[in-house]
Design a protein around this ligand. Structure first.
Ligand SMILES: Nc1ncnc2c1ncn2[C@@H]1O[C@H](COP(=O)(O)OP(=O)(O)O)[C@@H](O)[C@H]1O
Ligand SMILES: [Mg+2]
Length: 362
């Protein structure tokens, strides 16, 4: 069997790496011929909405999936009509517009921050009056890693926020004074089988995930998160990995966003769970039985952003696993990650501290 992946970033590369032992082969579509996926598969060069490149990809594989969210839904409808395209285009579309996404959360009774559509400076003034301050103005589309966001603290920020972002459709959200951020990652196969990973606790700075700790144990939050995730899976008749990012406030989950794909906060599952999110994604879209999502011990995952230490500098830390994506260093670019797996939470935390020290030395 051959799987086509739209996008050849590190997520696509890790999908392929997980699928080779199963006897699968991979082909990518990407604008860049030296994207990380090129190390492990052929790249068909083209834009994500290039009909010729999409048709060539579909013609060469049995199933098409994607490793990025900004694949134009209209462009993939043609191939989705001819080849299994999973997760379904409806889920891809549903995650691309923050206004649609939050409207859906509300409709499915999944708690989400207060929000309002903003298409003019007057809309923003009204939104701030209704929802209050502080708040976050975000582009509805194409934002990632904190890009396309402006945090408003006082009314004086309205004008600058509008001038900075106002050329595209926006959403204003109330700022959630959260005690922590967590994510749930789950998987549903084409046969309807479902499995969920334990929650991961995620630390962001400047909108970018810096490190995750898993499993984050809270029976109540785990139950709540799984309920919301399954509701979304059912709504989309989903297949593949689905992620929801939450804020935790006063012991309750508030959904921030969803991702219809493997997720950075699940990289720990490669070494820290019985079956990785990548392998389970592949199994799910092929209709194979899912693998166990049980954690193996206690894990932490640290992202390397902008710079990456050498393998030699980190491999002496107990329980550490090193992943370099082979990308050219650039500010704010995810270049690799390390996962620590340990038998106890305290041993994990000790290795995590060492890892963060190496990351921050320089
Ligand atoms: N409404 C909010 N209240 C508090 N913090 C927020 C809010 N929206 C975003 N953030 C912070 O910014 C990070 C990135 O925002 P997010 O909406 O997840 O966008 P992205 O698509 O860039 O990941 C979040 O993980 C959180 O730390
Ligand atoms: Mg996010």
């Amino acid at each position: 069997m051959k799987i086509g992946i739209i996008g050849a970033g590190q997520l696509g590369r890790m999908l392929a790496l997980s699928g080779y032992p199963l006897g699968l082969r991979f082909v990518f579509l990407d604008q860049s011929e030296d994207a990380p996926g090129a190390q492990v598969g052929r790249i068909i060069k083209g834009a994500f909405d290039d009909p010729r490149a999409l048709a060539e990809l579909a013609a060469n594989v049995d199933v098409v999936t994607f490793d990025v969210e900004n694949v134009p839904v209209d462009a993939v409808r043609d191939i989705a009509a001819k080849k299994p395209f999973l997760p379904p285009p409806s889920a891809l579309g549903g995650s691309q517009d923050r206004l649609d996404e939050k409207t859906l959360f509300r409709r499915l009774k999944i708690p989400t921050p207060e929000f309002a559509a903003v298409d003019s400076q007057d809309d923003l003034i009204r939104a701030v009056e209704k929802i209050g301050l502080p708040g976050v103005l975000k582009t509805r589309r194409l934002g990632y890693d904190g890009r396309g966001q402006y945090f408003l603290r006082t009314r004086d920020d309205i004008e600058i926020a509008w001038t900075t972002l106002g050329s595209v459709p926006l959403i204003y959200e109330g700022f959630v004074d959260f005690s922590r951020e967590v994510s749930i990652i789950g998987v549903r196969s084409t046969k309807g089988e479902i499995a969920c990973y334990p929650l991961s606790a995620n630390t962001h700075s400047q909108g970018i995930l810096r490190y995750s700790i898993a499993p984050y144990r809270s029976a109540t939050l785990q139950r709540q998160a799984e309920t919301y995730l399954k509701r979304l899976m059912k709504h989309f008749d989903y297949a593949g990995i689905l992620t929801i990012e939450f804020f935790v406030k006063r012991g309750q989950l508030i959904a921030n966003e969803m991702a219809p794909r493997v997720h950075n906060s699940g990289h720990w599952t490669i070494e820290g769970a019985a079956t990785s999110q990548f392998e389970n994604h592949v199994r799910a879209i092929l209709g194979l039985p899912l693998g166990s999502t049980q954690p193996i011990g206690h894990s932490a995952m640290v992202n390397f952003i902008g710079t990456i230490p050498t393998a030699a500098a980190v491999l002496k830390i107990p329980g550490v696993h090193y992943h370099s994506y082979g990308k050219e260093p650039r500010p704010n670019r995810k270049l690799g990650h390390c996962t620590v797996v340990a038998a106890s939470a305290s041993a994990r935390d000790k290795s995590l501290r060492q890892l963060l020290k190496v990351r921050d030395s320089k």
